[in-house]
Write a protein that binds this ligand. Structure first.
Ligand code: NAD
Length: 422
């Protein structure tokens, strides 16, 4: 979400890159070559309002690095979007895609707008206007957008159609996250949460031999949190606590994720689930005596203040940035494994890749196959990172995140060297 000051976000991304570059023993020259985006576009998008007046919006697309393939990353519509934020997020996508083993570089787009203030017609005009303005710089082999904060499959459909109107060619693969009838995949809905569950299962096997019977607390019960809980439950873990913005619930015997979801859908919150033993706060949830903690709500909830009190041995980040850098270090030193967001919540972009491939081969991939591909990729990526972390670093000194960025950066650097860019 566009909640953090965008200059801080950009500085944080640069800091993480600097750390990876230093750990890999690469030069300042390489750091500069990796830091700067390849291209940043700013466009003006005029929209005729329903009352006849003209509103002018500003949009950006940052294309950070394309050494591994076409740029890939979402487009957000949010009133706080800035150019710095879009650049920082495009850089994050470069590492995320590289770590996920996808043939993509990193990109991100955004429009500074509160979409809730627009009528459906105005929203459509804005979506189409963005594509008309960016048309020359995107394409299925060049830059492939997807949904992000406050954008959705309908917006992707308008954008794809506008690309068709301008180019005259049916390029379904120009955008992912589309409705199923236009080449999208329903598996996308579960992709992030399922991917988180698979990452948790594979890491749990390394720590305990199996995920079966392990206790789990999930903070946040939206798309990522609910599906993570649902699939962890199916894998044999015991979901003892979940929460949303109104608070949390706890049950030592375990909660049924689908029943809790039904209650949330009906009443607006998980706290009204009557079979729970007790209600808890979001702060208490983080410090519960559980095996696995899944932060799936907002950023910066695990800090240097509460990190020493966290009892979970394994934290799997479904949310973006839930653990601060200081907390990450404290947790590494006390032996807590934190599977970082750039690995754990990559299910969405992995599913985007499956959708893009499917569009290019005429729609042969079934939903079952899509889920299988996601599972294989998530488990392989988790194990690869686990091995790399233990081979290249000392886990008691370095968080798994260090290994994740090192592995991602080293892949991009290798591609740039082979291309003759470095
Ligand atoms: P969502 O809006 O569907 O759900 C968010 C949930 O968090 C809701 O249940 C909300 O009540 C709860 N919440 C909000 N503030 C909270 C607070 N202060 N304490 C506890 N709970 C709180 O969002 P989502 O799509 O599930 O995304 C959640 C996180 O996962 C975000 O950080 C997002 O960036 C990240 N993420 C999501 C996806 C995805 O595909 N959904 C992909 C990558 C990353």
């Amino acid at each position: 979400m566009a909640t953090k000051d965008s200059r801080i976000l950009l500085l944080e991304e640069e800091k993480v890159l600097r750390r990876a570059v230093d750990l890999l023993g690469l030069s300042d020259e390489v750091y500069e070559a990796l830091r700067l985006p390849e291209r940043v576009m700013q466009v003006k998008i005029p929209v005729r309002r329903d009352d006849g007046s003209i509103a002018v919006f500003v949009g950006w697309r940052s294309q950070h690095n394309s050494a591994l393939g076409p740029y890939k990353g979402g487009i957000r519509f949010h009133p706080a979007v800035t150019m710095e934020e879009v650049i920082a997020l495009s850089m994050m996508m470069t590492w995320k895609n590289a770590l996920a083993g996808l043939p993509y570089g990193g990109g991100k787009g955004g429009v500074r707008v509160d979409p809730h203030t627009l009528s459906p017609r105005e929203l459509e005009q804005l979506s189409r206007g963005y594509i008309r303005a960016m048309y020359k710089y995107i394409g299925p082999d060049h830059d492939i957008p997807a949904p992000d904060v406050y954008t959705n499959p309908q917006i992707m459909a308008w954008m794809m159609d506008e690309y068709y109107r301008v180019s005259g060619v049916h390029h379904f693969g120009v955008i992912t996250g589309k409705p199923k009838i236009l080449g999208g995949l329903e598996t996308r809905i579960i992709a992030t949460g399922f991917g988180v569950a698979v990452a948790a299962r594979e890491t749990a096997k390394k720590i305990w031999g199996s995920i079966e019977g392990r206790t789990v607390a999930v903070q946040g019960y939206g798309n990522a949190g609910y599906y993570a809980a649902k699939f962890l439950h199916e894998m044999g873990a015991v979901i003892v606590a979940v929460s949303d913005s109104r608070g949390g619930i706890y049950s030592s015997k375990g909660l049924n994720p689908d029943e809790v979801k039904q209650v949330k859908n009906k009443t607006g919150s998980v706290i009204y689930y009557e079979k729970a033993e007790k209600r808890i706060t979001n702060e208490e949830l983080l410090e519960l005596d559980v095996d696995i903690l899944v932060p799936a709500a907002i950023e910066d909830v695990i800090t240097k203040e509460n990190a020493p009190r966290i009892k979970a041995k394994l934290i799997v980040e479904a949310a973006n940035g839930p653990t601060t850098a200081e907390a990450d270090q404290i947790l590494a030193e006390k032996g807590t494994v934190v599977v970082p967001d750039i690995l754990a919540n990559a299910g969405g972009v992995i599913m985007s890749h499956v959708e893009w491939m499917n569009n290019r081969i005429g729609g042969l991939i079934t939903e079952e196959q899509a889920k299988e591909i996601l599972e294989t990729k998530m488990s392989r990526n988790t194990l690869t990172l686990w091995d790399y972390w233990h081979r290249e670093l000392e886990p008691g000194k370095h968080p798994m995140r260090d290994a994740a960025y090192m592995l991602a950066v080293s892949r991009v650097v290798e591609a740039m060297k082979l291309r003759g860019q470095l």
